[in-house]
Design a protein around this ligand. Structure first.
Ligand code: AHM
Ligand code: MG
Length: 332
Protein backbone atom coordinates (compact mmCIF):
# COMPACT_ATOMS: atom_id res chain seq x y z
CA UNK A 1 0.00 0.00 0.00
CA UNK A 2 1.68 3.19 -1.22
CA UNK A 3 0.34 6.49 0.06
CA UNK A 4 -0.01 9.61 -2.07
CA UNK A 5 2.74 11.31 -0.06
CA UNK A 6 5.15 8.40 -0.56
CA UNK A 7 4.33 8.22 -4.28
CA UNK A 8 4.93 11.93 -4.88
CA UNK A 9 8.31 11.78 -3.11
CA UNK A 10 9.28 8.64 -5.06
CA UNK A 11 8.34 10.33 -8.36
CA UNK A 12 10.20 13.52 -7.45
CA UNK A 13 13.35 11.67 -8.58
CA UNK A 14 11.94 11.79 -12.16
CA UNK A 15 12.73 15.52 -12.11
CA UNK A 16 16.46 16.08 -11.62
CA UNK A 17 15.94 19.77 -10.90
CA UNK A 18 13.22 19.10 -8.30
CA UNK A 19 13.58 21.09 -5.09
CA UNK A 20 10.64 19.61 -3.19
CA UNK A 21 8.38 22.64 -3.75
CA UNK A 22 5.96 20.80 -6.03
CA UNK A 23 5.86 17.97 -3.52
CA UNK A 24 4.93 20.47 -0.78
CA UNK A 25 2.35 22.08 -3.02
CA UNK A 26 0.63 18.78 -3.79
CA UNK A 27 0.71 18.09 -0.05
CA UNK A 28 -1.24 21.30 0.55
CA UNK A 29 -3.84 20.26 -2.03
CA UNK A 30 -4.10 16.84 -0.39
CA UNK A 31 -4.70 18.42 3.03
CA UNK A 32 -7.34 20.89 1.80
CA UNK A 33 -9.14 18.13 -0.10
CA UNK A 34 -9.44 16.08 3.11
CA UNK A 35 -10.92 19.07 4.96
CA UNK A 36 -13.41 19.75 2.15
CA UNK A 37 -14.23 16.03 1.94
CA UNK A 38 -15.03 15.95 5.67
CA UNK A 39 -17.39 18.90 5.26
CA UNK A 40 -19.11 17.48 2.16
CA UNK A 41 -19.76 14.23 4.00
CA UNK A 42 -21.75 16.18 6.59
CA UNK A 43 -23.74 18.05 3.94
CA UNK A 44 -27.19 16.88 5.04
CA UNK A 45 -26.72 17.44 8.78
CA UNK A 46 -24.69 20.63 9.03
CA UNK A 47 -25.89 24.02 7.87
CA UNK A 48 -23.67 24.02 4.83
CA UNK A 49 -25.86 23.23 1.86
CA UNK A 50 -27.64 25.77 -0.26
CA UNK A 51 -26.68 29.08 -1.69
CA UNK A 52 -25.07 32.14 -0.12
CA UNK A 53 -27.34 34.40 -2.14
CA UNK A 54 -24.23 36.02 -3.61
CA UNK A 55 -23.19 35.85 -7.27
CA UNK A 56 -19.61 35.32 -8.39
CA UNK A 57 -18.00 37.48 -11.08
CA UNK A 58 -19.44 35.17 -13.74
CA UNK A 59 -22.99 35.80 -12.57
CA UNK A 60 -23.44 32.37 -11.00
CA UNK A 61 -24.89 32.00 -7.53
CA UNK A 62 -22.25 30.82 -5.09
CA UNK A 63 -23.06 27.87 -2.87
CA UNK A 64 -21.92 27.93 0.77
CA UNK A 65 -19.59 25.06 0.02
CA UNK A 66 -18.10 26.88 -2.99
CA UNK A 67 -16.84 29.55 -0.61
CA UNK A 68 -15.82 27.06 2.07
CA UNK A 69 -13.75 25.04 -0.43
CA UNK A 70 -12.25 28.20 -1.93
CA UNK A 71 -11.16 29.43 1.52
CA UNK A 72 -9.69 26.06 2.57
CA UNK A 73 -7.67 25.54 -0.61
CA UNK A 74 -6.42 29.12 -0.58
CA UNK A 75 -5.46 28.93 3.09
CA UNK A 76 -3.66 25.59 2.71
CA UNK A 77 -1.73 26.82 -0.33
CA UNK A 78 -0.75 30.09 1.34
CA UNK A 79 0.26 28.43 4.61
CA UNK A 80 2.50 25.91 2.89
CA UNK A 81 4.45 28.74 1.26
CA UNK A 82 5.19 26.96 -2.03
CA UNK A 83 2.84 29.13 -4.11
CA UNK A 84 3.13 32.80 -5.05
CA UNK A 85 -0.49 33.25 -6.07
CA UNK A 86 -3.79 31.60 -6.94
CA UNK A 87 -6.63 32.27 -9.34
CA UNK A 88 -9.99 30.72 -8.65
CA UNK A 89 -13.38 30.44 -10.27
CA UNK A 90 -14.77 31.97 -7.07
CA UNK A 91 -12.46 35.03 -6.96
CA UNK A 92 -12.93 38.17 -9.05
CA UNK A 93 -9.19 38.57 -9.59
CA UNK A 94 -6.04 36.56 -8.91
CA UNK A 95 -4.74 36.55 -5.34
CA UNK A 96 -1.09 37.33 -4.69
CA UNK A 97 0.66 35.71 -1.70
CA UNK A 98 3.05 38.44 -0.66
CA UNK A 99 4.72 36.90 2.39
CA UNK A 100 8.50 36.43 2.21
CA UNK A 101 8.02 32.75 1.31
CA UNK A 102 5.15 33.49 -1.06
CA UNK A 103 6.97 35.94 -3.30
CA UNK A 104 10.00 33.67 -3.36
CA UNK A 105 8.09 30.66 -4.64
CA UNK A 106 7.86 29.77 -8.28
CA UNK A 107 4.42 28.20 -8.76
CA UNK A 108 0.92 29.56 -9.32
CA UNK A 109 -2.25 27.49 -8.88
CA UNK A 110 -5.51 27.91 -10.78
CA UNK A 111 -8.52 26.11 -9.41
CA UNK A 112 -12.19 25.41 -9.44
CA UNK A 113 -12.51 24.67 -5.72
CA UNK A 114 -15.88 22.94 -5.94
CA UNK A 115 -17.02 22.04 -9.42
CA UNK A 116 -20.62 21.01 -9.95
CA UNK A 117 -21.49 22.43 -6.52
CA UNK A 118 -25.23 22.60 -7.14
CA UNK A 119 -25.14 18.78 -7.04
CA UNK A 120 -24.30 18.78 -3.33
CA UNK A 121 -27.86 19.53 -2.25
CA UNK A 122 -28.97 16.28 -3.88
CA UNK A 123 -26.04 14.10 -2.76
CA UNK A 124 -24.43 13.75 -6.17
CA UNK A 125 -20.67 13.70 -6.81
CA UNK A 126 -18.72 16.96 -7.03
CA UNK A 127 -15.05 17.70 -7.47
CA UNK A 128 -12.10 20.07 -7.08
CA UNK A 129 -10.00 20.81 -10.17
CA UNK A 130 -6.48 22.27 -10.03
CA UNK A 131 -3.81 23.36 -12.45
CA UNK A 132 -0.20 24.31 -11.62
CA UNK A 133 2.17 26.52 -13.64
CA UNK A 134 5.63 27.94 -13.15
CA UNK A 135 5.41 31.74 -12.87
CA UNK A 136 6.92 33.78 -15.68
CA UNK A 137 7.54 36.92 -13.57
CA UNK A 138 10.81 36.96 -11.59
CA UNK A 139 10.93 35.10 -8.26
CA UNK A 140 11.02 37.61 -5.41
CA UNK A 141 8.38 39.93 -6.93
CA UNK A 142 4.58 39.86 -6.59
CA UNK A 143 2.75 37.77 -9.21
CA UNK A 144 1.27 39.42 -12.28
CA UNK A 145 -1.72 38.56 -14.49
CA UNK A 146 0.54 37.04 -17.17
CA UNK A 147 1.65 34.34 -14.68
CA UNK A 148 -1.91 33.00 -14.85
CA UNK A 149 -2.63 33.57 -18.55
CA UNK A 150 -0.45 30.75 -19.87
CA UNK A 151 -1.53 28.11 -22.40
CA UNK A 152 -2.31 24.66 -21.02
CA UNK A 153 0.80 23.12 -22.59
CA UNK A 154 2.81 25.01 -19.94
CA UNK A 155 1.13 23.18 -17.05
CA UNK A 156 3.55 21.53 -14.65
CA UNK A 157 0.84 19.45 -13.00
CA UNK A 158 -2.93 19.18 -12.92
CA UNK A 159 -5.53 17.03 -11.29
CA UNK A 160 -8.83 16.72 -9.54
CA UNK A 161 -10.40 15.37 -6.42
CA UNK A 162 -13.67 13.56 -6.88
CA UNK A 163 -15.94 13.47 -3.85
CA UNK A 164 -17.97 10.49 -4.94
CA UNK A 165 -19.02 7.14 -3.54
CA UNK A 166 -15.37 7.10 -2.56
CA UNK A 167 -13.05 10.10 -2.59
CA UNK A 168 -10.20 10.00 -5.07
CA UNK A 169 -7.36 12.31 -5.99
CA UNK A 170 -6.18 11.96 -9.59
CA UNK A 171 -3.18 13.90 -10.90
CA UNK A 172 -0.53 14.15 -13.58
CA UNK A 173 2.85 15.83 -13.70
CA UNK A 174 3.25 14.86 -17.35
CA UNK A 175 4.28 11.28 -16.60
CA UNK A 176 0.94 9.50 -16.83
CA UNK A 177 -2.21 9.84 -14.75
CA UNK A 178 -2.33 8.34 -11.29
CA UNK A 179 -5.30 7.85 -8.99
CA UNK A 180 -5.41 7.56 -5.19
CA UNK A 181 -8.41 6.48 -3.13
CA UNK A 182 -8.98 7.88 0.34
CA UNK A 183 -9.41 5.41 3.18
CA UNK A 184 -11.99 7.38 5.19
CA UNK A 185 -11.18 5.71 8.49
CA UNK A 186 -7.52 6.80 8.29
CA UNK A 187 -7.86 9.90 6.12
CA UNK A 188 -5.05 8.58 3.90
CA UNK A 189 -4.96 8.49 0.09
CA UNK A 190 -3.58 5.18 -1.20
CA UNK A 191 -2.40 4.48 -4.75
CA UNK A 192 -5.25 2.56 -6.37
CA UNK A 193 -5.03 3.41 -10.10
CA UNK A 194 -1.47 3.76 -11.38
CA UNK A 195 -0.93 4.98 -14.95
CA UNK A 196 -4.58 5.16 -15.98
CA UNK A 197 -5.21 4.80 -19.71
CA UNK A 198 -8.43 5.97 -21.27
CA UNK A 199 -9.78 3.38 -23.77
CA UNK A 200 -9.45 4.70 -27.36
CA UNK A 201 -13.20 4.29 -27.79
CA UNK A 202 -16.17 3.74 -25.52
CA UNK A 203 -19.92 3.42 -25.31
CA UNK A 204 -20.89 6.61 -23.44
CA UNK A 205 -21.63 10.11 -24.62
CA UNK A 206 -22.12 12.88 -22.06
CA UNK A 207 -23.77 16.15 -23.04
CA UNK A 208 -26.62 18.29 -21.73
CA UNK A 209 -29.13 17.32 -24.39
CA UNK A 210 -31.64 19.79 -23.00
CA UNK A 211 -29.69 22.35 -25.03
CA UNK A 212 -30.05 20.32 -28.25
CA UNK A 213 -31.97 22.93 -30.23
CA UNK A 214 -29.33 25.55 -29.40
CA UNK A 215 -26.33 23.46 -30.51
CA UNK A 216 -24.37 24.03 -33.76
CA UNK A 217 -25.30 21.74 -36.65
CA UNK A 218 -22.17 19.56 -36.35
CA UNK A 219 -22.91 18.83 -32.68
CA UNK A 220 -26.55 17.95 -33.49
CA UNK A 221 -25.32 15.58 -36.20
CA UNK A 222 -22.82 13.98 -33.82
CA UNK A 223 -25.59 13.37 -31.25
CA UNK A 224 -27.68 11.66 -33.93
CA UNK A 225 -24.60 9.61 -34.91
CA UNK A 226 -24.28 8.47 -31.26
CA UNK A 227 -27.92 7.35 -31.32
CA UNK A 228 -27.82 5.39 -34.61
CA UNK A 229 -28.24 1.63 -34.39
CA UNK A 230 -24.90 0.25 -35.62
CA UNK A 231 -24.12 -2.79 -33.42
CA UNK A 232 -20.67 -3.42 -34.96
CA UNK A 233 -19.66 0.08 -33.76
CA UNK A 234 -21.29 -0.31 -30.31
CA UNK A 235 -23.95 2.22 -31.29
CA UNK A 236 -26.29 3.48 -30.04
CA UNK A 237 -23.99 4.74 -27.31
CA UNK A 238 -25.36 5.11 -23.82
CA UNK A 239 -26.17 8.64 -22.68
CA UNK A 240 -24.67 9.47 -19.26
CA UNK A 241 -24.62 13.04 -17.96
CA UNK A 242 -24.13 13.80 -14.30
CA UNK A 243 -23.74 17.57 -14.69
CA UNK A 244 -20.54 17.41 -12.69
CA UNK A 245 -17.56 17.63 -15.04
CA UNK A 246 -15.17 15.77 -12.74
CA UNK A 247 -17.56 12.86 -12.31
CA UNK A 248 -18.44 12.71 -16.02
CA UNK A 249 -14.76 12.85 -16.98
CA UNK A 250 -13.75 10.28 -14.35
CA UNK A 251 -16.28 7.76 -15.65
CA UNK A 252 -15.17 8.26 -19.24
CA UNK A 253 -11.51 8.01 -18.20
CA UNK A 254 -12.11 4.59 -16.69
CA UNK A 255 -14.65 3.20 -19.16
CA UNK A 256 -14.11 5.19 -22.37
CA UNK A 257 -16.48 7.84 -23.67
CA UNK A 258 -16.85 11.42 -24.81
CA UNK A 259 -17.86 14.51 -22.83
CA UNK A 260 -19.03 17.67 -24.60
CA UNK A 261 -20.01 21.16 -23.50
CA UNK A 262 -20.26 22.93 -26.87
CA UNK A 263 -21.16 26.47 -27.78
CA UNK A 264 -24.83 27.35 -27.97
CA UNK A 265 -26.65 30.11 -29.78
CA UNK A 266 -26.86 32.07 -26.50
CA UNK A 267 -23.36 31.18 -25.23
CA UNK A 268 -20.99 31.07 -28.21
CA UNK A 269 -18.05 30.23 -25.93
CA UNK A 270 -19.91 27.49 -24.07
CA UNK A 271 -19.96 27.39 -20.28
CA UNK A 272 -16.77 25.82 -19.03
CA UNK A 273 -13.76 27.87 -18.01
CA UNK A 274 -10.51 27.42 -19.93
CA UNK A 275 -8.15 27.99 -17.02
CA UNK A 276 -9.93 26.30 -14.11
CA UNK A 277 -11.72 23.41 -15.83
CA UNK A 278 -10.73 22.78 -19.46
CA UNK A 279 -6.93 23.01 -19.33
CA UNK A 280 -6.42 20.74 -16.30
CA UNK A 281 -8.92 18.17 -17.61
CA UNK A 282 -7.26 18.40 -21.05
CA UNK A 283 -3.82 17.68 -19.54
CA UNK A 284 -5.23 14.60 -17.79
CA UNK A 285 -7.10 13.53 -20.93
CA UNK A 286 -3.96 13.72 -23.07
CA UNK A 287 -1.77 12.06 -20.47
CA UNK A 288 -4.19 9.14 -20.37
CA UNK A 289 -4.23 8.78 -24.18
CA UNK A 290 -7.35 10.85 -24.87
CA UNK A 291 -7.98 14.17 -26.63
CA UNK A 292 -9.39 17.53 -25.52
CA UNK A 293 -10.52 20.05 -28.11
CA UNK A 294 -12.85 22.95 -28.83
CA UNK A 295 -14.07 20.98 -31.84
CA UNK A 296 -11.49 22.62 -34.07
CA UNK A 297 -8.48 23.39 -31.85
CA UNK A 298 -6.42 21.62 -29.19
CA UNK A 299 -7.50 23.06 -25.83
CA UNK A 300 -3.97 23.21 -24.40
CA UNK A 301 -2.69 25.39 -27.27
CA UNK A 302 -5.16 28.23 -26.69
CA UNK A 303 -3.49 31.48 -25.56
CA UNK A 304 -5.73 32.78 -22.77
CA UNK A 305 -6.70 36.43 -22.85
CA UNK A 306 -8.62 36.69 -19.57
CA UNK A 307 -8.89 34.81 -16.28
CA UNK A 308 -12.50 33.69 -16.47
CA UNK A 309 -12.46 32.92 -20.20
CA UNK A 310 -14.84 30.23 -21.43
CA UNK A 311 -14.37 27.83 -24.35
CA UNK A 312 -16.44 25.17 -26.12
CA UNK A 313 -15.09 21.88 -24.78
CA UNK A 314 -15.03 18.23 -25.73
CA UNK A 315 -12.76 15.55 -24.37
CA UNK A 316 -12.45 11.83 -23.98
CA UNK A 317 -11.57 8.70 -25.93
CA UNK A 318 -9.38 9.60 -28.91
CA UNK A 319 -11.45 7.90 -31.65
CA UNK A 320 -14.70 9.39 -30.37
CA UNK A 321 -13.35 12.95 -30.11
CA UNK A 322 -11.84 12.68 -33.61
CA UNK A 323 -15.23 11.59 -35.02
CA UNK A 324 -16.99 14.49 -33.27
CA UNK A 325 -14.35 16.99 -34.47
CA UNK A 326 -14.78 15.79 -38.05
CA UNK A 327 -18.55 16.16 -37.90
CA UNK A 328 -18.25 19.68 -36.46
CA UNK A 329 -15.69 20.73 -39.05
CA UNK A 330 -17.72 19.21 -41.93
CA UNK A 331 -20.87 21.05 -40.79
CA UNK A 332 -19.84 24.64 -39.96
P1 AHM B 1 -19.72 25.16 -11.91
O1 AHM B 1 -18.22 25.32 -11.98
O2 AHM B 1 -20.41 26.46 -11.69
O3 AHM B 1 -20.10 24.09 -10.94
O4 AHM B 1 -20.20 24.72 -13.38
C1 AHM B 1 -19.53 23.71 -14.05
C2 AHM B 1 -20.40 22.51 -14.20
C3 AHM B 1 -19.67 21.30 -14.71
O5 AHM B 1 -19.23 20.49 -13.65
C4 AHM B 1 -20.71 20.58 -15.52
O6 AHM B 1 -20.13 19.83 -16.55
C5 AHM B 1 -21.55 21.72 -16.06
O7 AHM B 1 -21.36 22.81 -15.19
C6 AHM B 1 -22.99 21.40 -16.10
O8 AHM B 1 -23.69 22.46 -16.65
P2 AHM B 1 -25.19 22.31 -17.15
O9 AHM B 1 -26.02 22.22 -15.93
O10 AHM B 1 -25.44 23.54 -17.96
O11 AHM B 1 -25.26 21.07 -18.00
MG1 MG C 1 -16.73 24.51 -12.33
Amino acid sequence: MITLGEYIIEKQHDFPEASGELTGLLGAIRLASKIVNREINKAGIANIIGSTGVENIQGETQQKLDLYANDKFKAALEARGEVCGVASEEEDDFVSFDSARGVNSKYVVLMDPLDGSSNIDVNVSVGTIFSIYRRISPVGTPVILEDFLQPGIKQVAAGYVIYGSSTMLVYTTGNGVHGFTCDPSLGVFYLSHENMKQPTTGKCYSINEGNYLKFPLGVKKYIKFCQEIVPEDNRPYTSRYIGSLVADFHRNLLKGGIFMYPSTAQAPEGKLRLLYECNPIAFLAEQSGGIASTGSKRIMEIDPTELHQRVPFMCGSADMVKAAEKMIQDNP
